[in-house]
Structure formats: structure tokens, C-alpha cells
Design a protein around this ligand. Structure first.
Ligand SMILES: Nc1ncnc2c1ncn2[C@@H]1O[C@H](COP(=O)(O)OP(=O)(O)OP(=O)(O)O)[C@@H](O)[C@H]1O
Ligand SMILES: [Mg+2]
Length: 302
């Protein structure tokens, strides 16, 4: 599919995949596609950062290639590796057959048959459906040397493999980077990108997201769930629930045939929205009751 021609079209095509996209996010997505700039998304956990890459991939019919970052991720796991076990077997076989011509073997061993392509290299390969989407997820989990390496890879979209040569992307991939901001990502990398802070959605938008994801939850219950979670986010707790938790909770309540929130139901199912015992202990019981009353009051006032 061709790239969206307007911000409205971005909202529409993402909306068709079930992703509810506010105007500000749609604008940076549009600009990132139009200008061919990487999109850097930061925000709390579970607010839809990773999902946007998946939604874009579905909306545009492009392949999604994901590089999941973690501590200790290095260039070889991100770009390419040689298939060492297969190389060993090939050497053994050649030796056993007595056909080990050193030069030929060397050339074969370091040729495409033994190359394992990792996400960055995969993203540089041509694709009949157009440039793929490269999701570099949770960048803040890697270290600075890897960031520096990435900075270079993102600037020229080419990879040099000494034994094979330089591979260049015919068309640069659409790059989306995400971070939970457990540490600051370097300015130099940010400067290359368009930046957007993905915040918790407002009440109406979160209800809309919940309807899009769990259409079987009644309108009344959806509003109660969202109002409760939104109130909960204003409490002094260690880990605030994201949109993912709102959706999970709704699923649980649906499975339990709950039609209306009550303090008892909330206490029984808190594990769907709070993942730390301290937070649960704090909210259980009278606090849950108070927050629920607060939530119901905001719904009535709206
Ligand atoms: N705007 C939205 N529209 C539709 N669904 C959404 C939206 N935002 C979040 N979600 C839902 O919330 C879930 C979590 O989103 P996602 O995994 O993208 O969060 P994240 O920001 O990447 O979180 P983390 O930082 O923990 O990786 C997704 O499965 C998605 O269904
Ligand atoms: Mg994510």
C-alpha cells in the first residue's frame, strides 16, 4: 500500500487495524513516513508504543522486523552472524570426503549459505511490498556502545560484511524506536529521529481503545473500568497500570460475567492491573472502595 497522504488518513488506516491514534501521534507518524525519518517513541509501560509498529505494519501491508533490545545486545546479534555449527559440519564433511580445497572451502564457508541474517540486515533486504518496518524495541535496555553503533547503521542503511561485501538497502526501512526511559537515550541518536512522548490516553480515548479491543464489554462497564484505572493512576503507587492492563482487566471481568464494578470484585481481580504486592496491599479494601466512588463520581459528572 502507498503511504498515507494526510494525517487524517494515518488516523483512519491505523483505526481500521484497531489502533486508536490521537492527532499528535498521527502527525509525527505522518511526518516520519513523509520525511523518511526514524520515529522515536518514549512513554510509560503499556501505552501502545510497540503496538504502533505492529498496527502500521498491518495498515501498510509492510513486513515487520523487530529488534528486541536487551542488556548486552551486540552488533553481531543485531546484524548478522556466521552459522558456526553448520560451518563445522561442512568442514568435517569436506575432510571426510577428502575434498578439502582450502580456498574453495573458505569461500563457501563465508558465503550466503552460512550467513544468519539478524534484524538490521533483514531490514535492508528488498521487499516486494515496499520497505519493511524496523521496530527497535526498548532501546533503553541496551548500552551506549550499541547506541553508537545503531546511530551509524541508521544513518546510511548499509552493512559491510568483510567476506561478502557491502549490502545497502534499496529503500530505507521505516524505523520505529521505543524506550521506557529507564535511562536517557543519547542526544545524537534522538536528533536523527522525530520524537513523541506517548502518554496515558484521556478518558474518552481510553474507552475508545477498550471498545476497539474488547467490543464485548458493555458501555457502562467499560466506562467504569477506565474511570477506575484513570483514578488509580493518580494514586501514589509504584507501578501505574497502562492501557494493556486496562484491556487485561476488562478481559478478566468479562470472563467472570461481571456487569458492574464493586469493591469486592476489584479486590479479587486487582492482580490484573497491579503487579506489585505493595501496590496491591495499599489499594485493596477501603482504598479500592474510595477510588471506585471517586471514579463513579467522575463518570456522573461527565
Ligand atoms: N492507542 C491504542 N489503540 C489500541 N490498542 C492499544 C492502544 N494503546 C495500547 N493498546 C493496547 O495495549 C497493549 C499494550 O501496548 P504495547 O505493548 O504497545 O505497549 P508498550 O507501550 O509497548 O509497553 P511496554 O513499554 O511495556 O513495552 C497492546 O496490546 C494494545 O492492544
Ligand atoms: Mg513495548
Amino acid at each position: 500500500m502507498t503511504l498515507p497522504a494526510s494525517i487524517d488518513e494515518v488516523q483512519e488506516t491505523l483505526g481500521a487495524t484497531g489502533y486508536v491514534c490521537g492527532r499528535a501521534l498521527a502527525t509525527v507518524v505522518f511526518l516520519s513516513l513523509r520525511l523518511g525519518r526514524p520515529l522515536f517513541l518514549e512513554g510509560e509501560a503499556g501505552v501502545g508504543k510497540t503496538e504502533i509498529a505492529k498496527a502500521l505494519s498491518a495498515a501498510l501491508g509492510r513486513r515487520l522486523i523487530r529488534l528486541q533490545c536487551y542488556e548486552g545486545l551486540d552488533a553481531s546479534s543485531a546484524v548478522y552472524e556466521w552459522n558456526f555449527p553448520a560451518q563445522m559440519i561442512a568442514i568435517r564433511t569436506a575432510e571426510a570426503q577428502g575434498s578439502a580445497d582450502r580456498d574453495v572451502l573458505n569461500r563457501e564457508l563465508f558465503g550466503p549459505d552460512f550467513l544468519i541474517e539478524r534484524p538490521l540486515l533483514q531490514a535492508m533486504r528488498p521487499d516486494e511490498h515496499g520497505a519493511p518496518i524496523l521496530l527497535i524495541d526498548e532501546l533503553d535496555r541496551t548500552d551506549e556502545p550499541f547506541e553508537a553503533f545503531l546511530l551509524e547503521a541508521l544513518s546510511d542503511f548499509q552493512v559491510t560484511i568483510p567476506e561478502i561485501g557491502t549490502i545497502k538497502a534499496p529503500e530505507p526501512p521505516i524505523v520505529i524506536l521505543t524506550s521506557n526511559r529507564t535511562r536517557e537515550v543519547h542526544d545524537a541518536l534522538k536528533r536523527r529521529c522525530l520524537y513523541h512522548w506517548v502518554d496515558y490516553p484521556g478518558f474518552d480515548r481510553e474507552v475508545e481503545i477498550l471498545n476497539a479491543r474488547e467490543p464485548d464489554v458493555s458501555e457502562t462497564l467499560s466506562r467504569e473500568i477506565v474511570a477506575f484505572v484513570q483514578s488509580l493512576r493518580t494514586e501514589d503507587i509504584f507501578k501505574k497500570p497502562g492501557v494493556a492492563e486496562t484491556i487485561d482487566w476488562a478481559k478478566c471481568l468479562l470472563a467472570l460475567d461481571v456487569v458492574d464494578l464493586s469493591p469486592e470484585v476489584i479486590s479479587d481481580t486487582l492482580g490484573a492491573i497491579l503487579k506489585y504486592q505493595d501496590d496491591i496491599a495499599k489499594i485493596e479494601g477501603s482504598e479500592a472502595k474510595r477510588i471506585l466512588e471517586e471514579a463513579k463520581a467522575t463518570i456522573e459528572a461527565a
